[in-house]
Write a protein that binds this ligand. Sequence first.
Ligand code: VG1
Ligand code: CO
Length: 571
Amino acid sequence: MSKIKIVETKPYQDQKMGTSGLRKKVKIYQQQNYIENFIQSVFNSYKPEDYKGKSLIIGGDGRFYNDVAIQLCIKIGVANGIGKIILAENGLMSTPAVSLLIRSQPKNECYGAFILTASHNPGGPNDDMGIKFNGDNGAAIPEGKNLQIFEESKKIEKYYILDTEEKYPLDKPSEISIEEDGKIRKIPIEIESTTKRYVEEMQKLFDFDLIKTLFERKDFEFVFDALNGISGPYALAIFNKIFNVPLQNLDKCHPLPDFGGIHPDPNLVHAKDLDAKMDVFKKDLSKKVPDFGAACDGDADRNIIFGPRMLVSPSDSLAVITNNAEIIKSLSMKGPLKGVARSMPTSGAVDRVAKKKNLNCYEVPTGWKFFGNLLDDGRISLCGEESFGTGSDHIREKDGVWAILCWLSILAQKNKDNKGKLIGIPEIMAEHWKCYGRDYYCRYDYEDLNNEQAAKVKENLNKSLETFTKMKEGNEAKIFEYNDPVDHSVSKNQGWIYKYKDGSRIIFRFSGTSSTGATVRIYFEKHVEPDGNLLADVADIIKGGENFPELAVKLSDIHNVAGRTGPTVMT
Ligand code: VG1
Ligand code: CO
């Protein structure tokens, strides 16, 4: 039998959620009452009837310190009046699977979920920890709510917690009994399988029998890398158990608290083993390369897709999926697409497809939470970000494994009655670009600028808006501001856009997920018409003609301001 105790605390001033949740170094999270304050601030920003007696879902990517956070979520949640805890088995569940789990709860019975992840950021005692809160629609809470929680966290004086040292089991159901106002309240802790519900949902959304025909082909080889993150259990359950992909083709599929020391970020820099397997840097033309390579990030909401010796840029991936929506069951089963959306820095490739198909195409700020209203309002069925995120209205988060299944569906369908040479990813891309032209795309990150340097870069970018506009006829430059068409909220200062007449763009943004210093992201996008050079190297096009990286350095003066000679990461 436990009692509820009230603990006095002092506020922290830095608990503002960024692009996706609160991400900080573990050392920051380990400060006294740091997690307690944040969790209580979430409750404080809601009315008691929003959570009292309702269920709370808890899950995460298994990173270091999640075990501590899980126990606190339970004890503070129950002390605030939560009526049932639904805990992911061993605390492990991907972000998309949590979104699905929330949406599977009976109406008005679920408060939301704490998702314990810093997503693509590295983990371990010296790296990052994160907490996200998703509301009862399964989506990360909107910007306004984030700010409300931040305000609460700056003035918090006390929190409620169960007065017990007990550690609740993560692998079997249990029950908490508390004494409250002279009465006894019992709160069940249910255990939800990490993978079961999600795998069953994917079997409903996709034609698994059709996809199996692809895996049965002798000339189709598939490799996957979970980067030691939470996508591993889902990959094993689907790719190995159902599609019979041999285990040696499924790499790093057992989640590790420090991700084995790697950065669980599926991109050209951090997915090194997969890059090598797929020979994306074309080092050994004599060797046979798999036909399909894929990876997900730490919490399994991102995806990367490789063809043999080629990366499918995430912006292109969104365009190709949109173009093939009719042959992907998950997207066609509810009728034609309602509309599509992309984040502002994502290339215009999907816009071209949307235009041809007569679909509305929305441009939102970076961060999946901005798609939530459009999805809930039935305005879009599909959306994506340049940062390796793709998703649809089946849940309210981006979904790595789902995106891979979309691509497998396209390939399976294209090869349905094809006994000849495999129609693979290169052929699908070539066909796409022939029809729409190609939007060559890449991103440079300059990490760890100090505050002063960041302020100077911002000042330079503001000044350069006018300079750029005068540089060439048809040039436009502006700071992106988003007016949400559903709730009419306005999000200002969402990045600097320098745009040419043909749609080519250079974009600057400051990251909202880095846990140290400021990270400047520079996005380059150059359009080539269908009759132009469609099979060139991305770098050659981005630097050829008007040299975009050089121009970006001029517009921001970042090399002088921050004492750099180049970006820290190029993807
Ligand atoms: C980055 C990406 C953004 C993504 C966010 C969360 O944000 O650019 O597109 O939504 O990470 O992804 P930023 O502010 O650092 O650029 V995840 O998979 O790390 O939750
Ligand atoms: Co993620």
